[in-house]
Design a protein around this ligand. Structure first.
Ligand code: SAH
Length: 448
């Protein structure tokens, strides 16, 4: 079976750098289901093409105790989840968005095409259109017999999005999977597809098929992806007009960030440090208000900071922005003079990512050493999880959350901070409250 990937981006030789594969070599891997190869059949002035070839051993599959009961099956030639497994092995760096030699190209939307010479489109062409067209693909497909088609698509997007689209959607189109589906699959989905799946109109069907209709895993994945709901101002929803967009429910995270921005303004802060700033979404809102004259973002994750720098257009910023905004790499586990002396600190949905035993270090770093005049801190309210129908009891909202608190636990923690470090606190809910379970998030506003 084959997947072909091509681009007319200039210079065409960039494709090798983007895929992290030397085009002059044959790349080979051995899989439980057979052998895989990546090669570059064509690189000329106009076009570069890479091919992922799988030599599936149908007899070995049966002998190896896979679910196949027939020696004769379509697996050797029709694209399937084996392609996804092989993509992960060959292209994982490209799928994560990194390129050692051509990062600026990896970050750009470039013209890309794929061709799957044979794929089973079990649910038909309209279904395939509903998966790929909302992402921006132009499609062409020709029947090659029965439910098998030659499928081609072209798009302008970043290489990482293109590869993760194929990685997730090929098994969804084929509607079959050749390995045991477990919880790890949820991580693959949420990690690989978080940039585009949360806003995809067929999100639920994609998740369900990717997870082989496992009801519990599907529910969990839908709940986790809800954390990545997109900002309205960032996502162009194809085919919807402005009014529909405005009426669409504002995501919880956007509400939270707007609430925090309003609170910081109300406190009269002019200098703000955003601790655990992540991808810079709060900073983007703060920059819109002139009142905030000095903004510092800090995070422990370099990749998030790179993302933030791009979101905030720091690389081509003029002096005005550079004087106003800085992003630094650092950890809330260590005392750091760079974060001291601010009117206010924002700490939005960060503490639940810290191991509980290390929270004491965080408390001293922020409230004893950095000592901002005000601290606006939010964290999920675990009681509200009962409202998310898709969540299992005891499940936390995100796979990286180390804990989530009830409103009473949060209140007790805030009180102990105040006692030890000389702050007073006002606690509010963030987001539409439930009569019994309260708001989805809780916010403590500390003042010294
Ligand atoms: N405040 C952002 C991001 C929340 S996600 C927002 O609301 O959009 C939590 C962030 O905390 C992640 O970006 C993570 O990298 C960061 N983080 C986790 N542990 C940290 C630590 N020890 N020091 C600094 N940042 C940390």
């Amino acid at each position: 079976m084959i997947l072909k990937i091509s681009t007319t981006h200039q210079p065409t030789a960039d494709l090798g750098y983007l895929l992290h594969k030397n085009p002059t070599r044959l790349h080979e891997e051995t899989f439980p289901f057979g052998k895989g190869y990546v090669l570059f059949p064509e690189i000329n002035d106009e076009k570069a093409e890479a091919a992922l070839l799988l030599d599936v051993d149908p007899v070995g599959l049966v002998r190896g105790g896979s679910t196949y009961d027939q020696y004769v099956n379509d697996r050797p030639y029709a694209a399937s989840s084996f392609i996804s497994s092989a993509m992960l092995a060959f292209f994982s760096t490209a799928m994560s968005g990194r390129s050692k030699e051509r990062q600026e190209v990896a970050d750009q939307a470039i013209p890309l095409q794929f061709e799957l010479p044979v794929i089973r489109m079990r649910s038909g062409g309209d279904f395939v259109r509903s998966l790929l067209e909302p992402l921006g693909y132009e499609l062409e497909f020709q029947p090659v017999g029965g439910k098998y088609f030659n499928l081609k698509g072209s798009i302008r997007t970043r290489i990482r999005d293109f590869l993760t689209h194929l990685y997730i959607l090929i098994p969804v189109i084929d509607d079959d999977k050749h390995y045991y589906v477990d919880r790890n699959e949820i991580d693959k989905l949420t990690n690989r597809a978080k940039d585009w799946l949360p806003s995809h109109p067929m999100k639920d069907a994609i998740i369900q098929k990717f997870l082989r209709y496992d009801r519990i895993l599907t529910k969990e994945a839908i709940a986790r992806l809800a954390e990545f709901e997109p900002d309205l101002d960032e996502v162009e929803v194809p085919g919807t007009d402005q009014e529909e967009k405005i009426e669409k429910k504002i995501s919880l995270h956007t509400q939270r960030l707007e609430h925090v921005t309003a609170k910081l303004a109300e406190l009269g802060a002019t200098s703000v440090v955003d601790l655990g700033c992540g991808e810079g979404r709060l900073i983007q809102l703060l920059l819109k208000q002139r009142q905030f004259k000095k903004i510092l973002g800090m995070d422990v994750c370099v990749r998030s900071l790179e993302f933030a720098a791009r979101r905030l257009h720091l690389s081509d910023a003029g002096d005005a922005l550079r004087n106003r905004l800085e992003l630094v790499h650092g950890s809330l586990m260590y005392r750091d003079s760079r974060i001291a002396g601010f009117d206010a600190a924002a700490i939005v949905e960060v503490i639940e990512h810290l191991d509980l035993p290390r929270l004491a270090a965080f408390e001293r770093v922020v409230f004893e050493f950095a000592k901002p005049q005000n601290v606006v801190l939010t964290t999920p309210n675990i009681e509200y999880n009962a409202v998310f129908e898709t969540m299992a009891p005891g499940q936390l909202r995100h796979n990286d959350h180390r804990f989530e608190w009830t409103r009473a636990e949060f209140q007790a923690w805030c009180d102990s901070i105040c006692q030890r470090f000389g702050y007073r606190v006002a606690i509010e809910g963030v987001g539409e409250p439930h009569p019994e379970y309260g708001s989805p998030s809780i916010m403590g506003v500390f003042t010294r």
